[in-house]
Ligand binder design. Structure first.
Ligand SMILES: Cc1cc2nc3c(=O)[nH]c(=O)nc-3n(C[C@H](O)[C@H](O)[C@H](O)COP(=O)(O)OP(=O)(O)OC[C@H]3O[C@@H](n4cnc5c(N)ncnc54)[C@H](O)[C@@H]3O)c2cc1C
Length: 405
């Protein structure tokens, strides 16, 4: 008997692969439903993978572990499993979705496979303790103890606990000898120094976003997309991406800034010319209207404050050439000091997890407890937004399911 603990995407993949190989498989899930995060993925659209797949899109203490996993089971092997279970995929700028863009449809395919392969599904049981004795695992829930020859740990991290993953297994894994790399919320909104009023709620800025240190040196990849302002919180895909880089600085109280370039395809000189032309055409128009159609109107007052222009009702012609240069510069360099991130409830992935140096990359079997395997986010691996986290769940679910069986 192989018992898979955790019925998320990694556990679902591990269960069907082990059952295809002829094993007797049981899956135990603490919630009343399997695969809640799969259903929630991309607001129910299910960005299940990305064709641009390699280890550079991941965060881990040992990135070579990620590389080895994808060498063993990458995107094309994943697509062949999807084909086998009847999932038709769609490619949108290298992001893969079910053709219908409904996570529920891929979830249905997994549910059929579980039934068709007689996988025993146990819902509403949280495994609180794992005991390993005489080559048998004893898995204790509040109601009963399950026995198993081998187990696959697919319990996720602690991000978005409302979907099930609550970290309840880590204490027991620690007791069995495994180490935990400290968990931090990833793909999460960022908190900034709050000089925004409630009027900015829902304001948007599209552009390229990067993390900088106090010396103005870029310390993350650049990401492009829409940034949403919600008082002291910034959110949106590029913000989620940046959030994966911030903890190592915040943990050490090192100041760190987010810089937004809302005109990445314009130079500062070009922006100056655009502004001067606008001023020359309507010199009497108030300064408050100068940036209309250039940035979200809700952001114009705080933007002008950030360049120390206070009298928004004065005519544009009162601006000095120096002011125009500063505005053009700021349009490409709006900087905010990051003070923290939102909490676990809004986080899509957990940075940190079980130390991968204690896991064999080829089989995903524990180097400490024979017969115990790992799959998915429970390990110290997290990906960028864009299908990378579900791909990690599919690859590691497959390898652990195959190795255990
Ligand atoms: C809102 C949201 C949207 C997302 N969108 C995307 C996306 O579009 N693309 C993408 O690639 N990634 C996305 N992600 C991330 C992705 O969903 C996760 O990385 C992925 O689900 C991790 O899979 P997993 O099986 O390892 O863990 P989880 O999905 O967290 O599953 C773990 C399961 O184990 C169960 N469990 C935990 N502890 C126990 C226990 N002690 N006993 C029994 N059961 C237990 C939990 O209830 C849960 O069902 C999103 C995440 C969120 C929150």
């Amino acid at each position: 008997m192989i018992t898979v603990v955790g019925g998320g995407p990694a556990g679902l993949m591990a269960s069907i692969i082990a059952s295809w190989n002829g094993a007797n498989v049981r899956i135990i899930e603490r919630k009343g439903k399997l695969g809640k995060k799969l259903l929630a993925a991309s607001n129910g659209r299910g960005n299940i993978s990305n064709l641009d797949l390699d280890e550079t899109h991941y965060f881990s203490s040992d990135i070579s572990f990620v590389k080895k996993v994808f060498q063993r089971f990458g995107i094309f092997q994943t697509l062949s499993v999807f084909e086998e279970i009847g999932v038709m995929v769609k490619n949108l700028n290298s992001k893969l979705f079910p053709y219908t863009e409904r996570s529920k449809d891929i979830w249905n395919c997994f549910m059929y496979e579980l039934g068709n392969n007689c996988v025993e599904v146990v819902l509403n049981h949280q495994i609180n303790e794992i005991i390993y004795s005489n080559k048998t695992f004893y898995l204790k829930s509040d109601y009963t103890t399950f026995e198993s020859d081998k187990i696959i740990i697919a319990t996720g991290g602690i991000s978005s606990p409302q979907f099930g993953s609550n970290g309840s297994i880590f204490q027991s894994l620690h007791s069995l000898g495994h180490s935990l790399i400290e968990l931090r919320p990833g793909l999460v909104p960022i908190k900034i120094n709050n000089y925004f009023s409630k009027d900015n709620l829902g304001a948007k800025l599209t552009g390229s976003v990067v993390l900088e240190n106090e010396y103005g040196i870029e310390i993350s990849k650049r990401y492009f997309g829409e940034v949403l302002f919600k008082n002291e919180l910034l959110t949106g895909i590029p913000i989620f991406q940046i959030s994966n880089f911030v903890h190592k600085y915040l943990d050490k109280n090192i100041p760190v800034y987010i810089r937004i370039d809302s005109f990445p395809s314009y130079t500062e000189k070009q922006l100056e010319e655009i502004l001067l032309k606008k001023i020359n055409l309507r010199p009497k128009r108030p300064i408050s209207l100068l940036l209309t159609t250039m940035i979200d109107e809700k952001l114009i007052p705080p933007f002008l404050q950030s360049v120390e222009i206070k009298d928004f009702l004065s005519p544009c012609s009162s601006l000095r050439l120096k002011d125009i240069t500063i505005i053009a510069h700021r349009l490409k360099n709006w900087k905010f000091e990051i003070t923290g991130t939102a909490d676990w409830k809004l986080s899509q992935v957990s940075l940190g997890g079980i130390d991968t140096s204690e896991i064999q990359s080829f089989t995903l079997e524990s180097k400490i407890v024979p017969g115990m395997y790992f799959a998915g986010e429970v390990m110290d691996v997290a990906g960028e937004s864009g299908g990378y986290n579900l791909q990690w769940a599919w690859s590691t679910g497959y390898i652990s399911g195959e190795s255990a069986s």
